[in-house]
Design a protein around this ligand. Sequence first.
Ligand code: AR6
Length: 187
Amino acid sequence: MQRHIGPVKLLLVEGDITQQQVDAIVNAANSRLAGGGGVDGAIHRRGGPAIMEETRRRYPEGCPTGSAVISTAGELPARWVIHAVGPVWRGGSHGEAQLLASAYRRSLELAQEHQCRSVAFPSLSTGAYRYPMDQAAQVALQTVIDFLRQQPGSLQEVRFVLFGQQAYQTYAQVLEKLLPEAESSQG
Ligand code: AR6
């Protein structure tokens, strides 16, 4: 599924984030940048040890929840990895939506600061961090749409790479509500 936000393509695909041929992929990291399972495990496994060596050296203090840092991408097809730290879901009244939105915004800013034309996101916080998929999709898509309307910068494509059909369907339903097909050409 795809939509246009002004000049920028917003694309939903089902797949594996580590296989994406884009300028930057986003990692679902933790605030210690310590590695882990899910997206984080797959990125470090496929990208090799250079990524962790770089994040340890450049970001010894880690990265706060709601923010992101950038490194090169080792052996991955992408050029950059943006390590974004989403919130752990604690029921929804602990600032989770704001923190999740801010992790997406900071990731997009970093992509622009590094002149990226394309960036691929996983669904941050919806695995080990247990953020409900439909609520996460709402925050993720609305945040990206708002950001691209205000400041597309170098970006030409933002891609969400959803793991499995259910995640894809959830994002597709939310995007259809936010940007019905008939209106998408107006951005
Ligand atoms: N490509 C795309 N999406 C994926 C992939 C993949 N290869 N693998 C899993 N997903 P998670 P979080 C989906 O747990 O919730 C780690 O241990 C997955 O189905 O990767 O932000 C870190 O070190 C889910 O929908 O990230 C942190 O400690 C989504 O990606 C913690 O988990 C995110 O799941 C971060 O938890």
